[in-house]
Structure formats: C-alpha cells, structure tokens
Design a protein around this ligand. Structure first.
Ligand code: SAM
Length: 257
C-alpha cells in the first residue's frame, strides 16, 4: 500500500486530507462556543494542514508534498473566506495547469528546461563523437531539439503534455528546426539514435535504463541531465560550471549495462 502512495503521491495527499478532516472537526467542535469564528477557522485550517502533512510524512511522500499538504487547506480556506470570487479564473488556471502538467501525476516528471550552457556542451559532445542523430526524451518546449538540429545533425523530440507539445511543435515549425512528435517516451523508438538525451526526474531512471540499454544501438550514448541511473556506473560524469552546477551522466551503450 505504501508503495502505491510513493508511486502516486497525489493519492496519499488526498487520503491525508480526508483522514485529517474528522480529527480536526472533533478537536475544534467543542471550542465553537468559546472561541470566535475567525480564530476558530484559522485554528482548524492550521490543524488540518499540520495533521495532513504529518500523515504524508508517515506515508513516506517526498518532502514537497508535506508542504503542499500543509498549504492546501490554508489556500482553500482563504479563498472561501474572501468569498464572491469569480469562478472563471480558477477554471482557466485549472485547464492550463492540466494541459501542461496532466502527465506529471502519472509519470512524476515535471517541466523544467535545459539551460544554454548544457545545450552547448551537448552540441560539442555530438561534434566530438561524429553523432548525427539525437533524440530528447520528454523534450518540453523543444529548446534542446532546435538548438542541436542543423549542421548535419538531425534532432528529434517526443513530448506527451498537450500544451507543451503544441508550443514545441509550433516553435519547431516556425524555426524550421528539429522534429517534434506527440507521444509517450516509453513507446518511442530509440534504436537509430547516436545520442539519447533525457532531463526527467529520479523516478523513471531505472526503468528508462532497462529500455535504453536493450533498445539503443551499440556504440550510441545515453546522456542524463542531473539524474543518475541507480546502481549503474556512468562512464563519465561531467560537472558544468553553470549556475545550476548541472551534472551530465554519460552511459555508453554496449560498453556497459
Ligand atoms: C524536465 S522536462 C525537460 C524538458 C526538455 N527535455 C529540456 O531539457 O529542456 C521533462 C519533460 O518530459 C515530459 N514527459 C514526462 N513524461 C513523459 C512521457 N511519458 N512521454 C513524453 N514526455 C514526457 C514532461 O511533460 C516535460 O516536458
């Protein structure tokens, strides 16, 4: 059961709020005649957040979920207290978030982007290896794909978040650079690439390596930005001098794994 919550933290976070609710009601109900309405609501929201965060901790959820669990009731409570807010901005915000992050709850791979310094290192790496085909798995807005395409290199990207894909596709069409496909990285053919690049999260790395080490051609290279494959020694780790101190993990295919 705990594994389920660690795999799908949103379920654990939901359970935490549901379990906390009757506890908070039981604690605050007897105070309702003695304490004023606003301080009582504030106390209830605070308790709800604290208990929910505690349950998330017991369930072993990552630390940022504890913060979300704590802040969620406070945010909900504040919105309700302010009252008379128009509904459409919330609907619009929800739609936008769903179009950008709908895949994050399942795959646990959020959107953040590779910086220019890393792209330039990847370009040099491809030049040094004489690599001509590159694939960015989970290409986000496609910046890496567009930057690496050209001068004899053919760059592709695959992305499954609808709005992110559309933006990447549009930018690629407008600039005439790279090829962006809407799809699931797990179902993407990687067998013809000289280099596969990924900037994902710790969650998928072990399974991703199983796919890449069996499907990529011998002599090709997998480069992971920031997230190492557990229990597999990379051939090299490059630490860049950018602000983020980006680390690139290099896994040659065929040599290891
Ligand atoms: C951290 S971002 C990296 C974006 C881009 N590669 C870069 O480095 O700038 C990871 C991207 O992977 C996408 N993603 C997550 N799961 C995916 C899947 N199963 N198939 C395709 N893309 C996925 C996310 O939507 C997100 O845009």
């Amino acid at each position: 059961m705990l594994v389920l919550f660690r795999k799908t933290p949103i379920l654990g976070a939901l359970l935490a709020q549901v379990v906390a609710l009757p506890v908070v009601a039981a604690v605050t109900a007897p105070l309702s005649t003695a304490v004023d309405r606003l301080p009582l609501i504030a106390l209830a929201l605070l308790l709800q957040g604290l208990i929910a965060a505690g349950i998330c901790r017991v369930l072993g959820l990552p630390r940022w979920w504890l913060l979300i669990a704590f802040l969620f009731p406070l945010a909900m409570g504040s919105a309700l207290l302010i009252g008379n807010l128009p509904a459409w901005p919330f609907g619009l915000a929800f739609l936008l978030l769903a179009l950008v992050f709908s895949n994050t709850t399942r795959g646990r791979i959020p959107l953040y982007l590779t910086n220019a310094e890393t792209v330039s290192v990847l370009k040099d790496l491809m030049k040094d290896r004489g690599a001509t085909r590159v694939l960015d798995l989970g290409c986000g807005l496609g910046g890496v794909v567009r930057a690496l395409d050209g001068e004899g290199r053919h760059a592709r990207g695959v992305e499954n978040a609808p709005a992110v894909y559309l933006a990447a596709r549009l930018l690629s069409t407008l600039t005439g650079k790279g090829q962006i496909r809407r799809g699931d990285l797990w179902k993407t053919d990687v067998s013809r690439e000289d280099l596969v690049y990924a900037f994902l999260s710790p969650a998928p790395m072990a399974t991703l390596w199983q796919k890449l080490s069996t499907e990529m051609k011998p002599g090709s290279l997998f480069v992971s930005n920031s997230f190492a494959v557990p229990d597999v020694d990379p051939d090299e780790i490059w630490e860049l001098s950018d602000g983020r101190k980006t680390r690139l993990f290099l896994y040659p295919i065929g040599a290891k794994g």
